[in-house]
Design a protein around this ligand. Structure first.
Ligand SMILES: CCCCCCCCCCCCCCCCCC(=O)N[C@@H](Cc1ccccc1)C(=O)O
Length: 667
């Protein structure tokens, strides 16, 4: 009977049901609809995922910056490459070690500075390069462009290194290895500083020396800042460079366009399924926190140990911290774009995943967690770096102390991090010793020319690699420069496999001769590419009041000058000649030269390189004191618009007589 009933329903229903159903037809239809809907949704999802993967577009679009297809590089004969490599070897031999904020190797740093001046004599002697020592040991260079640049940029690197650590683990002497041929047949420059960061110091110097020797003065002014204590946070070097540079920029009416410091690199084989090297540009940097952990217990004889010693309590807290990591922030920081930019270059399976992060972000986050290197881009990391306790083998100590170093993800915050620390180490005193917040994220959209300049230069030396923006998981001197520009990029074109990443601060730091040659070329190309976007000081235009025009005309009348002024539409009065003369003959300078200028009301000059509301640069640009400082042939402020001047005056096209006038003094 039951069976019969069942078959009856079966006969009247769709084929989705088995023969053992007891439900009514209506229920059965509903179930079928649901099942088919679910199937349809799943099929649609799969299709959407496949279509998305199949149609993934490159997110980085390269902007034409000039000689894209045929970039001109520095000449690099075998001999030149060898000589450049040897200079890096020599640089590494200076033990410029930063042990702590109060223990720097200052003598070695002085010698290193002398070394730079000796091996790069031409740039140190150049008319267009000015060197300013900062805090005795750090170095700031200004490279004057041929144009009156408004938007210079800054190249940074640091001259100090971390200690070698366990000397015995090094295959070669960390400060005296020279060039070594390794088992892969490649020649490597070996030693502490090879990739952190003397390769960048020397690379920048090589490129600049080459430009000086070959009389390739750049169009765009730029600065170079070499800190001497980056490895201990840069408070004596970069922080001071930043202060001086801010003043220099202000004095020169400039605004820093962008800066490039060390940081990330070209990385290959880091994500299974992405088989091209990635030009990983650090567009943001993690924050930093140092936390002291202190546990207390009884100090007793070791023959009667307490149930829990201070060491046990601390060890337990520290182990908990390592087990319960700070939460993943995947999707809330630049790491998501690292993967989105990399996705078009992945295998199809990975494209399906990375192309559909709305669906698979949990899966991707779990995959990133499998390696400490990839995990570091998605969360605040916790590193136990110091652990101390005990004085004697038979005394149970009352105190145990550890230090934890966090690198804070841009979407995390310090309070939450400390709260989890306290939860994890609940019987330990947790004290924040030192911290700074994560950086802002610098813009990396395709229309951001500084980003294009950096990426293009990298692509010119690594044409097969693919650019991705991303998070710098360690820290750099850039923290000290954040007030100077919002476009901060962290990258040097070192090529690293995952196993090479451990060489930073690790054992057997090295760079191949071949890659070092690319580093040098990269900086050279960057200096060339940066000239693409020179913001030249616009003709300084200052509005002049009618009474000032009249005053000026009175002077003309009172003088024995006969003006051949013609009627035209122009309303500009050239001042260039006046200025040139004012410098050449400052003894002859008279008030009349400056009269119009002095009477111009001062406008607030918060941003010296920005145009004012009226579209004109700030009038102080041509006030008297600047006038004196202005070099001969200066073309900075050469037009004075006479907006309200009588329209029948043309003071623009100067006749020889007028030029004579502008060069003369009026008693
Ligand atoms: C597609 C996924 C890619 C995953 C990439 C993972 C990359 C891992 C990066 C490894 C570290 C690279 C370290 C570069 C050197 C940075 C410079 C440095 O050592 N800084 C020190 C000193 C410092 C500076 C400023 C403030 C505080 C400390 C540091 O400890 O960070």
């Amino acid at each position: 009977m039951m069976r019969k009933h069942s078959s009856h329903i079966e006969a009247g229903s769709s084929s989705c049901c088995s023969g053992t159903c007891y439900c009514s037809k209506k229920v059965k239809v509903t179930i079928c609809v649901v099942i088919w809907t679910v199937i349809a949704v799943i099929v649609a999802l799969i299709l959407a995922v496949i279509i998305k993967a199949a149609t993934l577009q490159e997110l980085f679009e390269r902007m034409e910056l000039g000689a894209r297809d045929d970039p001109v590089f520095m000449s690099a004969t075998e001999q030149e490459i060898l000589e450049r490599s040897q200079r890096l070897v020599d640089a590494i031999s200076y033990r410029t070690i930063s042990f702590s904020g109060t223990n720097l190797s200052l003598e070695a740093m002085t010698d290193f500075g002398t070394f730079l001046e000796r091996v790069f004599p031409n740039l140190h002697d150049s008319d267009f390069v000015t060197f300013t020592p900062i805090n005795t040991y750090s170095r700031l260079y200004r490279i004057e462009g041929t144009e009156k640049t408004l938007n210079p940029y800054l190249l940074c690197a640091h001259m100090d290194v971390v200690p070698e650590g366990d000397f015995d683990l090094w295959t070669h002497d960390p400060f005296d290895a020279g060039i070594v041929t390794e088992s892969d047949g490649q020649d490597y420059i070996f030693g502490r500083g090879a990739i952190d960061d003397k390769h960048a110091v020397l690379g920048i110097m090589e490129a600049l020396e080459y430009k000086v020797v070959n009389k390739e003065q750049p169009k765009r002014t730029f600065y170079i800042g070499f800190g001497h204590d980056e490895e201990v946070s840069g408070y004596l070097g970069a922080a001071e460079i930043s202060i001086t540079l801010e003043k220099m920029l202000k004095d020169n009416g400039e605004e820093l366009d962008f800066l490039l410091d060390e940081g990330m690199f070209v990385v290959a084989d880091i994500i299974p399924g992405i088989n091209v090297p990635l030009i990983y540009i650090g567009v943001a940097e993690k924050g930093w926190a140092v936390v002291d952990l202190d546990a207390e217990g009884d100090q007793v004889h070791s023959s009667t140990p307490p149930l829990e010693s201070s060491i046990g309590i601390l060890a337990h807290g520290v182990a908990n911290m390592e087990d319960n990591k700070q939460p993943s922030m995947f999707g809330k920081g630049p790491e998501i774009d690292t993967l989105r930019y990399a996705a078009p270059h992945a295998t199809f399976l990975l494209k399906m995943i990375l192309g559909n992060l709305w669906l698979f972000s949990g899966l991707v986050s779990s995959a990133l967690e499998l390696s400490s290197q990839t995990d570091s881009i998605q969360r605040t990391t916790t590193a136990v770096t110091i652990f101390n306790a005990g004085v004697k083998e038979n005394v149970v100590p009352s105190q145990a102390h550890a230090v934890v170093n966090h690198r804070i993800h841009p979407s995390d915050n310090l309070e939450d991090v400390l709260e989890l620390d306290r939860e994890n180490a609940d019987r330990v005193k947790v004290t924040l010793r030192d911290s700074f917040p994560p950086s802002e994220v610098s813009s990396y959209s395709n229309d951001v020319i500084p980003f294009q300049i950096v990426v293009n230069s990298a692509l010119e030396v690594f044409p097969d690699a693919k650019p991705v923006p991303g998070l710098m998981v360690a820290n750099t001197d850039t923290f000290h420069y954040k007030n100077l520009t919002d476009k901060i990029y962290r990258f040097t074109p070192v090529y690293n496999l995952p196993e090479d990443i451990a060489r930073f601060h690790g054992i057997d730091e090295r760079i191949s001769v071949d890659i070092y040659s690319k580093v040098v070329q990269f900086y050279y190309r960057l200096m060339v590419n940066a000239d693409f976007d020179v913001k030249i000081a616009p003709t300084a235009q200052v509005e002049v009041k009618p009474e000032e025009v009249e005053e000026f005309l009175e002077i003309l009348e009172e003088s024995d000058y006969e003006s051949p002024i013609n009627n035209t539409d122009s309303n500009l009065l050239p001042l260039t000649k006046v200025m040139e003369e004012s410098d050449e003959n400052s003894a002859n300078e008279t008030d009349s030269h400056l009269m119009i200028l002095q009477d111009i009301p001062e406008e607030p000059n918060e941003n010296p390189s920005n145009e004012t509301d009226s579209g004109l640069p700030p009038s102080q640009d041509i006030l008297e004191e600047d006038f004196d400082a202005m070099p001969v042939n200066e073309t900075y402020s050469d037009m004075l618009p006479l907006e309200s001047a009588p329209k029948d005056l043309d003071l623009y096209d100067l006749t020889p007589e007028e030029e004579t006038f502008s060069n003369r003094t009026i008693d």
